[in-house]
Design a binder for this molecule. Structure first.
Ligand code: ADP
Length: 393
């Protein structure tokens, strides 16, 4: 009895041990599998984070206003962002090419070579000629790895074209203003000196000279007034007081104000703006537009000629106004330029008639600040017509 019982107990113990061992094995496998899944999940998460970071870097790289270019230590392009492609008007992938092959500028290629050779940080101003004409400021630096070895170079391009254009416009404007102010001033000084030298003793000559001096001081006054108007319009200091303006009445008022000038040249002024036509405008500014256009039509029109002011509704929401003369007209090449500040077709004639060269620039500003548009059509020898559109009330 003893041995069989012992065998049964031993067998049971063995069975239990085997059962627990199997259980432990299964548990260990499950844990291993779970750990493997967690590792795989973590790896996947890291991959996604890396991809996201790369996408973000790429987006940042491409959204930069500055053009950026990386070259490796052999001078071959590794990457370029979208701004760089736009600045240089590139349409193909330039990776793998040298700077000279891709961008065709010797200056830049030499800068890259110097940078990769000497490792100095440099900058230069680059003027791109041709269709894609631009002025760029280039800043370049070498890229080092963790052990301090040169890996390549990075170039950052700032587009200075707009700043340069504004600077040129400013310089041109200052030069023009100085010239415009100096001309009447030196004439006035000349006449004053002649008067002091003895001409004042002849009353007839003195009166003539004084009248000329008065004419030039008037010109200076108009010029300063026009300059102030332009400056206020450009800086947005003039706030438009928009209201419904009766256009026939507005044109009529200016025609009345200019009637003596028209009479002096035997010019007939006709108001054909239909009664009841109105625009949403600043009344004072609109009168200034009419004044400058009608005044020009008298000045540059024919002696004994006719100036007509016309108006009509245009589309559903605009009115169209026209000031037409039958004068000498404007040559085709000058028609686009007459709205530029200080542009005159005939400088001497404009000065003689007291023109400042700013009248049409003011007209354009005022009309545009009303969200309108202005244009000119002219047939040399037949006449000129200035047209402007304003929002209808
Ligand atoms: P200005 O003070 O010289 O008249 P504007 O800006 O008013 O300056 O006009 C610019 C130029 O456009 C004038 O110098 C003139 O040559 C030309 N111009 C303007 N209006 C007329 C017109 N109705 N007929 C012919 N030329 C004109």
């Amino acid at each position: 009895m003893f041995w069989p019982a012992l065998a049964i107990v031993f067998g049971l113990a063995l069975g239990a041990a085997w059962y627990y061992w199997r259980q432990h094995q299964a548990e260990a496998k499950r844990e291993l599998a779970a750990r493997e899944t967690r590792v795989a999940e973590l790896e996947e998460q890291q991959r996604l984070i890396r991809e996201q970071a790369r996408d973000q870097q790429q987006a940042l790289f491409n959204s930069m206003v500055e053009g950026v270019l990386f070259v490796d230590r052999d001078g071959r392009i590794q990457s370029a962002n979208s701004s760089l492609e736009q600045l240089f008007g590139l349409t193909t992938d330039i990776r793998g090419q040298t700077i000279l092959e891709a961008l065709r500028t010797h200056e830049l290629s030499e800068l890259a070579a110097r940078l990769l050779r000497d490792g100095t940080v440099s900058g230069l101003e680059l003027n791109l000629a041709g269709l894609n004409s631009r002025c760029l400021e280039v800043n370049a630096a070498t890229v080092l790895n963790q052990t301090g070895e040169r890996q390549g170079a990075i170039f950052v391009f700032h587009d200075l074209t707009r700043i340069k254009q504004l600077e040129n416009t400013r310089q041109e404007f200052v030069a023009n203003v100085s010239h415009e102010l100096r001309t009447p001033l030196s004439l006035i000084k000349g006449f004053v000196e002649t008067l002091l030298d003895g001409a004042k003793n002849d009353p007839e000559v003195a009166t003539r000279f004084l009248q000329t001096i008065e004419k030039h001081t008037d010109r200076l006054t108009y010029l300063i007034e026009d300059l102030l108007t332009i400056s206020r319009l450009e800086s947005g200091q003039i706030v438009l007081n928009l209201q419904s303006v009766d256009l026939r009445a507005a044109a009529g008022q200016v025609i009345a104000d200019l009637s003596s000038r028209a009479k002096a040249k035997s010019v007939t002024l006709e108001n054909h703006v239909p009664a009841g036509l109105s625009a949403r405008a600043d009344s004072d500014r609109l009168q200034q537009v009419f004044f400058n256009l009608i005044d020009n039509a008298i000045k540059y029109g024919r002696e004994g000629g006719r100036v007509e002011v016309m108006g009509a509704a245009f589309a559903d929401w605009q009115v169209e106004l026209r000031v037409t003369d039958d004068g000498a007209g404007i040559p085709p090449e000058a028609q686009e330029r007459v709205f530029e500040r200080f542009y005159r077709v005939d400088r001497a004639r404009s000065r003689d008639t007291g023109g400042t060269g700013l009248g049409l620039a003011i007209v354009k500003h005022i009309v545009q600040s009303h969200h309108g548009e202005v244009s000119v059509t002219s047939v040399p020898g037949e006449g000129t017509s200035f047209l402007f559109r304003l929002p209808e009330k």
